[in-house]
Design a protein around this ligand. Structure first.
Ligand code: CP3
Length: 363
């Protein structure tokens, strides 16, 4: 079933897909990966990117495919080149050398044509009952990688920059908001019916109140509103005006309080979902939604529980599904699948989720 169908409440089975479902835990992925020295060249090879996008669908019959790409293609296309060193995570070239003014010319987006080609190819091969998910990093999370020039431990560069030069930083967030919107628009045009925004580093966003002067000048109360809530809502609203049927899911690794603020302030103009990481209680988020059943929830099995498998996996999965009854729900992990996960555990999880819902509908 298509993911947005959960809003129609016709199915007893929650649809299931998993973040990072294509990747190193699958031998068929590793076989193709070894043909590329450089990870992004693989992302920019439409045929192979499409093939690995479809691997987890063929193996596990998941309800959605997520296009094989990376959130870091945006900085790469803007001229801040991205490299992956084995076991060191991403490394980005010098931030100060990139020219942000070119973002509005949209020339940079041409570099991402192979991503859109991969989406075209995948859509033509994918069963029409399955969703094809496109994605992007959020402006804040992209800013973290770009300013830190890779994965950071202390986030000093971005935290100092936003504090010392609020207006320049907000301009940067604005530029990224434009880039993310453009990249998603192209993915929808190429055939994606669902979009997920990844805010993996929302947890590092500062929560600082603006001074009266800053407040009056920017219209925002605090940094969380200025760097996260407003840009995300701007992206989603712009896209929903153009594509009212596209489901847009916001995934965030953040404190419960930020999800609550998102729920209070975002009035969706189209299908909207919140994907909750496993450190936050899905049932708390469901309670905060009260009777608002237009916001879909997604999540939030711990990737460690999936890796471990066996009884704890079934126990956790059952708890999640039961607690989400009477609410439009998509089953997923709370963060990406670990590369040490045995593929059989994924197969077991999918059949367990599908058997569960049948039992509960018979009862
Ligand atoms: O979900 C999917 O199957 C689609 C593909 C996908 C990838 N990255 C492929 C990938 C998606 C949705 C992403 C998103 C992504 N990329 C995020 C957001 C989600 C999250 O994990 O928080 C982030 C922060 C990135 C940046 C990034 N790319 C990191 C931190 C890494 C890991 C580096 C490492 O060495 O472990 C990557 C590389 C990456 N992206 C891999 C895959 C399959 C592994 C690279 C490889 O095969 O060598």
């Amino acid at each position: 079933m298509k993911l947005a169908d959960v809003l129609l409440r016709k199915h007893n089975t929650p649809p299931i897909w998993l973040m990072r479902q294509a990747g190193r835990y699958l031998p068929e992925y590793r076989a193709i990966r070894q043909n590329y020295d450089d990870f992004l060249s693989f992302c920019y090879a439409p045929q192979d990117a499409s093939t690995v996008t479809l691997h987890p669908i063929q193996r596990f019959d998941l309800d959605a495919a997520i296009i094989f790409s990376d959130i870091l293609v945006i900085p790469d296309a803007l001229g801040q080149r991205v490299f992956f060193e084995k076991d060191h995570g991403p490394k980005l070239t010098n931030f100060s050398k990139i020219n942000l003014d070119q973002a509005h010319t949209n020339n940079w987006i041409k570099k991402l044509a192979p991503v859109y080609d991969a989406i075209h190819i995948t859509r033509s091969k994918l069963d029409s009952n399955k969703s094809l998910i496109g994605f992007a990093g959020t402006p804040w999370t992209l800013a973290c990688y770009m300013l830190e020039e890779g994965k950071s431990t202390n986030f000093n560069t971005i935290l100092n920059y936003q504090h010392n030069d609020r207006y320049a930083f907000m301009h940067f967030i604005d530029v990224l908001t434009h880039c993310v919107t453009q990249h998603i628009r192209q993915q929808i045009e190429a055939g994606c019916d669902v979009i997920q925004l990844f805010d993996s580093w929302a947890i590092k966003a500062p929560y600082e109140y603006f001074t009266e002067k800053q407040k009056n000048k920017t219209g925002f109360m605090d940094t969380q509103e200025a760097y996260i809530l407003n840009p995300i809502q701007k992206i989603i609203n712009t896209l929903h005006k153009e594509y009212p049927n596209v489901l847009i899911i916001y995934y965030s690794r953040c404190p419960e309080q930020l999800y609550m603020r998102m729920i209070e302030t975002h009035k969706p103009m189209g299908p909207f979902g919140l994907s909750v990481w496993h450190e936050v209680s899905l049932t708390h988020i469901k309670s905060a939604l009260k009777n608002n059943t237009t916001t879909i929830l997604q999540g939030n099995l711990s990737p460690h529980v999936l890796e471990q498998g066996g009884d704890p996996l079934y126990h956790e999965a059952k708890n999640i599904v039961e607690s989400m009854q009477n609410h439009p729900f998509i089953f997923n992990l709370g963060h990406g699948i670990l590369k040490t996960t045995p593929p059989e555990h994924v197969a077991n999880l999918v059949s367990y989720i599908r058997s569960l819902s049948h039992t509960s509908s018979d009862a």
